[in-house]
Design a binder for this molecule. Sequence first.
Ligand code: GLN
Length: 475
Amino acid sequence: MADALSLAKSLKNREVTSVSLVEQAYQAIAETDGDIKAYLTLTKESAMAQAQSIDKRLDQGEELPLLAGIPIGIKDNILLKGFKTTCASKMLENFVAPYDATVIEKINAQGLIPVGKLNMDEFAMGSSTQFSAFQVTRNPRNLDYVPGGSSGGSAATVSANQVPLSLGSDTGGSIRQPASFCGIVGLKPTYGRVSRYGLVSFASSLDQIGPMATTVGGAAALLNVISGFDSKDSTSEQVEVPDFTQAIGQSVSGKRIGVPKVLMGDAVDPQIRKAIDATLADLVAKGATWEVVDFGCMDEALSVYYILAPAEASSNLERYDGVRYGHRKPDAANLNDMYTRTRGEGFGPEVKRRIILGTYVLSSGYYDAYYLKAQKVRSLVIKAYQKAFESVDVILSPTVPSLPFKLGENLEDPIAMYLQDIATIPANLAGLPAISVPCGTSSEGLPIGVQITGKAFDEMTVLSVADAIHVKETL
Ligand code: GLN
């Protein structure tokens, strides 16, 4: 399926109907999702009814929002009223969303059409979508490879051209890493830009919902739809929402790009380094300048994340106790036995690992040594960015230092899996906007992504630099 903006144009010109686009999406899903397995739930009946109503309004000459009538996929940790929201966990296998997340209210108000709920790592913990309790999603660019994660379903459906747009969530890289692996665009907005109301919490101080798309323009248009203050999310910021599509086609002349030294060194796959070098050369040809920035706390950021994210997760996931939500083990001997067996059965191995780790770092005697210290180092990461942004407009690095890996790989090695996020995590810790854009292909034909990180609420610059890169890639 073509890019969201060109489809929107065809819809406006009445060359296609919304019903035909939605039918096309389901046809593509029927043809390819047997192999790819991006979807956990399809919402065909309501999607078709919504498409019919959009077409009717267009027939009546109504002026509709830019993306009205365009099909979109939704990660299965975002509440879509009346449909299951499983977080790819047995714990929520039969949980039906009682209300819409704010982002869903917004996409409904603008006439986008959710076609289904997308597979993910359980509770968004993982980097390969292999930690789903239900199915393993494959990378559409090569079915032997993982799509990345945790928004692997959201990346795969766009990459497979089933839909032009999807929503993912990103706590430490879960939009950008799968976007990189699947050769698409994925943006984590500034913390507070997009409401988290109705997103199932993993680590609340890091989580953000963001757009995934075939093009930077599509991501920008979707960011327009989902952004804005929401009184239902106490961390939502009251800031102006510009028209992000204005970033498309802007010149990058005079833009100053910082490149962290550690992310250009030997730890990065040579093919990725080559693609990044070529991207930088191209940006320089377009009038940008670049310099090495000293961003010395990359390794520390990873450690900080794997203390803070599990700590927050252990608290957030306390609510799944068999009493209030989802799965409950029957025939327990007493209340404690019920909790233990419910949680023992309901959660998969990675979620348990995080809960144990998080409970440990928060427990009395270890709190100061781990949690408190991690919070202090988090503020050093924020300061490192502030310093870098004194001399540059954006920071450019590989999205992931290694190429996509095969299904089954890294499964038994949590540390190897955690290293996937070394380049993406710092932006979450500092709450900054960051995008992954395709910038090349490996000799095996696997996509390579480049990450652009910007100042808080400066998605505009991030998108404009990303667009300059992506244009080159698609020409
Ligand atoms: N892969 C990271 C983790 O497992 C990031 C996950 C995410 O961003 N949701 O925690």
